[in-house]
Write a protein that binds this ligand. Structure first.
Ligand code: WT7
Length: 566
């Protein structure tokens, strides 16, 4: 973008819509915009996806390969009787089948829901139950360990496709054999802009995970924000390190890069500083989108390691998901010659809302300025809803004027929770922030008890519920504790039932139980015993007070506190 101010004043969503190809009668399909339209333009032989496997092999897929493979997958769904509007879930690591299934499901007009493969059975069960999963694509190992015992609870789950086995057991399907039997021609469903395409789960302070519904027209925002905030161009070699099990790995790890025609690198392996620098150097990555936890781990590994690799192809680096410390911005500018550009958004917003742009000076520690087409403000509660606070550096809730294409259209089956997100034409983000006199936004904290650990949003209630299943637990409260690398780590406080002693063995048993139920990404890293937990008179556990006590901070308003035996 040549100049932020010019782009903002000249921007319209209709002009952004016109950047895509569309079908007749105002219909479209995300997968067509991402993949097939490049074939129409003669770019079918360009590499779309370069997959780096855990064990060092690599495999390229051109835009044509992805087009034909996703057609096969769409045909496969039809052959199994799966129709438009049915829900296709994945539980996979970062393997090509995940990308093919996502694109093929969208072509077939199904709703695609990618789940994080490090989830344990409990988060998987709740997500498949709420969304009414009809098809699951996974591996034999993940199926055995996490899904097989849940099948009786999931009557709508008709088909399970296994990517690495013949599926002869338990009525599973052999993905490879079924794919081989299908043809490569499929007529992509022409979808109305408001038809649902993707379901992404996110967590709140209370209750079950929330299924944020996103529509086909969201692709308009993915495409333009990929260009404006990530500076994507078709000759880029781009690496988004996020897993598609979290929305960053879908919006900017599938859709935006492909609509913009880049070559996207995918790494199956987990973080390793040396491996990451090798990928950046050997693959000649030009645009890199990653997260603060990873950046902090790279900082720990030292600048020397970075400087021992040829990273001269990198021209733009962006970060998202949690606060990016100013030191990390300064370190990156020193180490790479260019700084990380922080940006802000949420599962609910579907795409980037606030960003530091390539064409604009970075203020280290700031999230940047709103995307063209987005109005952001700081608001506070007022008599009839909320009102904007315009005073520079005043702290309030970060809000966005409704009406951009990638905004969620609802939380599945939870209209009331959805409606609570809005007041006076604003979408209320639940984050506290401030805006400075130059119009840059600064993150202050969450307005709720949700935890951000290694960039993953974790609902304390989901963790508490899993621990409450343990026979020794009488009361549980879960909070985030600041951590130098992961931002926050999950810590649980447990009050025991009569007859149970707070021993180290019991603590380990609780930790083990939580890991088994929730998986390592969500389970608490630490558990402490307490005789009582602070509660309101109505019996609600005051996580905030627990946290203040844990950190030795002021206790704030405790007028509703009931028991206080700490
Ligand atoms: C929450 C949303 C980022 C999209 C995918 C994750 C926090 C996000 C930043 C940032 C400080 C950030 C907020 C937000 N967050 N970006 N640049 N600086 N905090 O979406 O899992 O729905 O999480 O992540 O608290 O509300 P998500």
């Amino acid at each position: 973008m040549p100049s932020y101010d010019e782009e903002v004043s000249g921007f319209s969503w209709d002009a952004a819509r016109a950047l895509l190809d569309w079908f007749p009668d105002g219909k479209l399909n995300i997968a067509y915009e991402a993949i097939d339209r490049h074939l129409q333009k003669g770019d079918g032989d360009r590499i779309a996806l370069r997959w780096l496997s855990k064990n060092g092999s690599r495999k390229d897929f051109t835009y044509r390969d992805l087009s034909l493979q996703s057609n096969r997958f769409a045909n496969l769904l039809r052959s199994l009787g799966i129709e438009k509007g049915d829900r296709v879930y994945s539980l996979l690591g970062r393997v090509p089948e995940l990308y093919i299934a996502a694109l093929g499901s969208l072509k077939a007009g199904c709703v695609f829901c990618p789940m994080f493969s490090a989830f344990g059975p409990e988060p998987i069960r709740s997500r498949m139950e709420i969304g009414g999963a009809n098809v699951l694509i996974t591996t034999k190992r993940l199926y055995k360990r996490k899904v097989s015992a849940l099948r009786k609870d999931l009557p709508e789950l008709k088909e399970i496709l296994i990517i690495d086995d013949d599926g002869s057991d338990e009525g599973l399907r052999d993905f490879a054999a079924l794919m081989a039997a299908e043809t490569e021609d499929f007529k992509t469903e022409a979808m109305a802009p408001e038809e649902t395409a993707l379901l992404h789960f996110t967590s709140g302070t209370t209750g079950k995970p929330k299924g944020a519904m996103h529509v086909h027209e969201a692709v308009v925002a993915h495409h333009i924000t990929g260009r404006l905030a990530l500076d994507l161009r078709s000759d880029d070699i781009y690496w988004c390190t996020a897993d598609p099990g979290w929305i960053t790995g879908t919006s900017y790890g599938i859709i935006a890069p492909f609509t913009n025609g880049v070559t996207m690198v995918i790494d199956e392996a987990e973080f390793d500083a040396n491996r990451w620098y090798q990928i950046l150097a050997e693959e000649k990555i030009t645009v890199w989108y990653t997260a603060p936890t990873a950046i902090r781990m790279l900082m720990k590994a030292g600048s020397e390691l970075a400087k021992s690799h040829d990273l001269s192809h990198l021209r733009f680096m962006a970060s998202v998901g949690e606060p990016l410390n100013p030191e990390a911005v300064i370190w990156s500018a020193d180490t790479f010659g260019i700084p990380f550009h922080d940006n802000w958004w949420q599962t609910e917003t579907g795409g980037i809302m606030i960003a530091n742009y390539a064409s604009m000076g970075v203020k280290p520690g700031s999230m940047g300025k709103p995307l063209p087409g987005i109005s952001a403000a700081i608001v506070e509660k007022s008599d009839n809803g909320v009102r904007e606070i315009t005073k520079p550096l005043a702290i309030g809730e970060l809000a966005l004027k409704t009406g951009w294409p990638s905004m969620m259209r609802g939380y599945l089956h939870e209209e009331e929770r959805y409606q609570k997100c809005f007041a006076n034409g604003w979408y209320l983000s639940g984050d506290l922030a401030m805006r400075d006199s130059d119009g840059y936004f600064w993150f202050v904290g969450r307005n709720d008890d949700v935890i951000k650990s290694a960039g993953h949003l974790i609902g304390p209630f989901e963790v508490e519920s899993a621990l409450m299943e343990h026979e020794a637990a009488a009361e549980v409260a879960v909070i985030g504790i600041a951590d130098e690398t992961a931002g926050e780590i999950v810590k649980a406080f447990v009050a025991l039932k009569l007859g149970h002693k707070p021993t180290e063995d019991l603590r380990l048993d609780l930790v083990g139980h939580a890991r088994k139920r929730l998986g390592p990404a969500v389970a608490p890293k630490d558990i402490a015993f307490r005789e009582n937990l602070p509660k309101t008179r109505s019996g609600k556990i005051m996580r905030r007070l627990l946290k203040a006590r844990e950190l030795g901070l002021p206790e704030g308003d405790i007028s509703t506190l009931e028991s206080d035996e700490q």
